[in-house]
Structures are given as C-alpha cells and as structure tokens.
Write a protein that binds this ligand. Sequence first.
Ligand SMILES: CC(C)(COP(=O)(O)OP(=O)(O)OC[C@H]1O[C@@H](n2cnc3c(N)ncnc32)[C@H](O)[C@@H]1OP(=O)(O)O)[C@@H](O)C(=O)NCCC(=O)NCCS
Length: 141
Amino acid sequence: MLVSSGQTEYAPVIAELYKHCFKDRWSVSEIEQILALPTTIGWVTEKGFLICTRVLDEMEIISIGVLPEYRRMHLASALMRELMNYAKQEKVKKIFLEVSALNIAAQRLYGGFGFKQTGVRKGYYPTENGMVDALCLTKEI
Ligand SMILES: CC(C)(COP(=O)(O)OP(=O)(O)OC[C@H]1O[C@@H](n2cnc3c(N)ncnc32)[C@H](O)[C@@H]1OP(=O)(O)O)[C@@H](O)C(=O)NCCC(=O)NCCS
C-alpha cells in the first residue's frame, strides 16, 4: 500500500514491523513525524515496509525491512519494484541510500536493482563491536 506524506495512521504498523526487523527501535511518534513530512513517501504491507524521502528529482531510501519469517521470498524486491515504478513515473533521476558494510543481504538486494557504491562514511554505524562503515549507494535512472 502506498503511504504518502501526512498518512500518519500507518505509524503504529510501521513501528511494529520495524521492531522485528532492526535491533534499535523507532517509536510511533518518531514515525508519525517522518510520515508527516511533505517529502515522505513509502510502501507498507503487513509483512514489510519501505520508507523514502523525495526532494524534486532525487529520492533517498530511509529504511526497508521485511519480517524475519518472510525473508528470501522476494518481498523486499516487490517493495523496491514499487519504488522503481514510482521513480520512473515521477521522473526521479537519482536514488541514494546508506547501508552498513556488514549488511550483505541488503547490499545484494540493492545491487540487484542496479545500485552502485559511490562513497563510504567511515565508522558511521555504532555496533556492539565498535563502529562500522556505511556504504553510500546510488542509482541513476
Ligand atoms: C534486507 C532485507 C530487507 C531483504 O528482504 P527480503 O524480502 O528477504 O529480500 P528479497 O527476498 O527480496 O531478496 C532479494 C535479493 O537480495 C539478496 N538477499 C536477500 N537476503 C539475503 C541474505 N540473507 N543473504 C544473501 N543475499 C540476500 C538476494 O540476492 C536476493 O535474491 P535471491 O533470493 O533471488 O537470491 C531483509 O533481510 C531485512 O529486513 N533485513 C533487516 C533490515 C535491514 O537490514 N534493512 C536494510 C537496511 S539498509
């Protein structure tokens, strides 16, 4: 389901999904604030979500997650396809994101959609074993 800016009623669903997808948490009110922004656009199902921002002809993927029990069923790929269709329709020229250097699953997902590494932020993500680099990935459309 497409979630455009202002649709804050989806915040509890996304918070619940997020809790099962990531070690940290997004509170419902944090998500409400994100959804209230005029630049926010996303897709949400009962099994996963994808949240982006769009400013003119550029988009950034803020977060994507699929519930652990539904992974490797191409659900994230389906959400990414929704984003790609939207981006083409809206004449978006570039999509970018940051991903942990340790997150091989997400890197492969993005690689499959033509994202290429364009930079690195050294020691960007805190983990239990110290700081980990963020890879900056970009897709030109
Ligand atoms: C990353 C994530 C969203 C992928 O969701 P998914 O629905 O399992 O992904 P898909 O089934 O669409 O996989 C698409 C491709 O990504 C790659 N991939 C996905 N999971 C993988 C894994 N565990 N190991 C290696 N490659 C993987 C594969 O190339 C896969 O294609 P294939 O199954 O045909 O080989 C999911 O693992 C997740 O929610 N992880 C936790 C949250 C997260 O890390 N989000 C990204 C933050 S940047």
